[in-house]
Design a protein around this ligand. Structure first.
Ligand SMILES: [Fe+2]
Length: 256
């Protein structure tokens, strides 16, 4: 398209009465401007695609062994949770978007207008995406919040302990099934909230909106085998297996 513009513009220049050297200079300048516009378009596209880290084309591997989070999250729960629940959400999501215009739409974009999509897309797309975030923000690696994230937590909640209390409370009090989140609001402020079912803060239907940073799954399938009805015990155990390295990365990426 840009080459067409250059050719058309050059044709106009050559019809004008002017010194041939000036003609060459003007068309050269025009070509450089168009090239740089084209390049900047490509850079924007690259940046946009870089942000789309969730691949909807294949079911992602669990980033650790089933027993990696023992004794806080047991291997049997991890196996069933990942290989049955998460896989089912992925398969159902793929089937729900198959042959539709959503098939090649980035999942974040689907969520931004999920109110227009079917319940199957909303529930299974959320179920697929939320678990990817959840697996990646779990590890037993002894990591800690970065200096930047710690400062933001202190500024927003007063202290890490207060943040932990607020987040845990959101997880413990979410009625029925759902998720608790630490997320970054569109105004780049930290916030804690929870969503029902498989909704998440990227969805236009969600009461809490922003970029997910840290999440905990409080569906019973996430803890019932080990903790039965004691969700608060599971929520407390969760603090031993947070992969702060990935939370820190998500925070610094979201702050850009
Ligand atoms: Fe789950």
């Amino acid at each position: 398209m840009n080459i067409l513009y250059i050719l058309l513009f050059n044709k106009k220049i050559y019809k004008m009465k002017m010194n041939s050297n000036i003609r060459i200079i003007i068309s050269g300048i025009f070509a450089v401007i168009l090239s740089s516009l084209s390049l900047s378009g490509q850079v924007n596209e690259l940046k946009k695609s870089d942000m789309e880290k969730i691949n909807t084309k294949e079911f992602p591997a669990l980033p650790y062994a089933y027993d990696a989070l023992e004794p806080y999250i047991d291997a049997r729960t991890m196996e069933i949770h990942y290989d049955r629940h998460h896989r089912a959400y992925f398969n159902n999501f793929v089937n729900a978007i198959k042959g539709t215009e959503l098939e090649n739409t980035p999942i974040e974009q689907i969520f931004a207008e999920v109110s227009k999509a079917s319940d199957a897309v909303r529930n299974n797309g959320g179920g697929f995406y939320n678990h990817v975030i959840f697996w990646n923000n779990l590890a037993k690696n002894g990591s800690k919040p970065s200096a930047e994230l710690s400062a933001a937590i202190d500024k927003t909640f007063g202290s890490f302990e207060k943040f932990r209390e607020i987040f845990s409370n959101a997880a413990k009090t979410r009625f029925g099934s759902g998720w608790a989140w630490l997320y970054l609001t569109p105004g780049k402020e930290l916030a804690v909230g929870s969503t029902p079912n498989q909704d998440n803060p990227l969805m236009d239907v969600s009461p809490v909106k922003g970029t997910p940073l840290l999440t905990i799954d409080v569906w019973e399938h996430a803890y019932y085998l080990k903790y039965q009805n004691k969700r608060p015990d599971y929520v407390e155990a969760f603090w031993n297996v947070i992969n702060w390295d990935t939370v820190n990365e998500r925070y610094s990426e979201a702050m850009k």
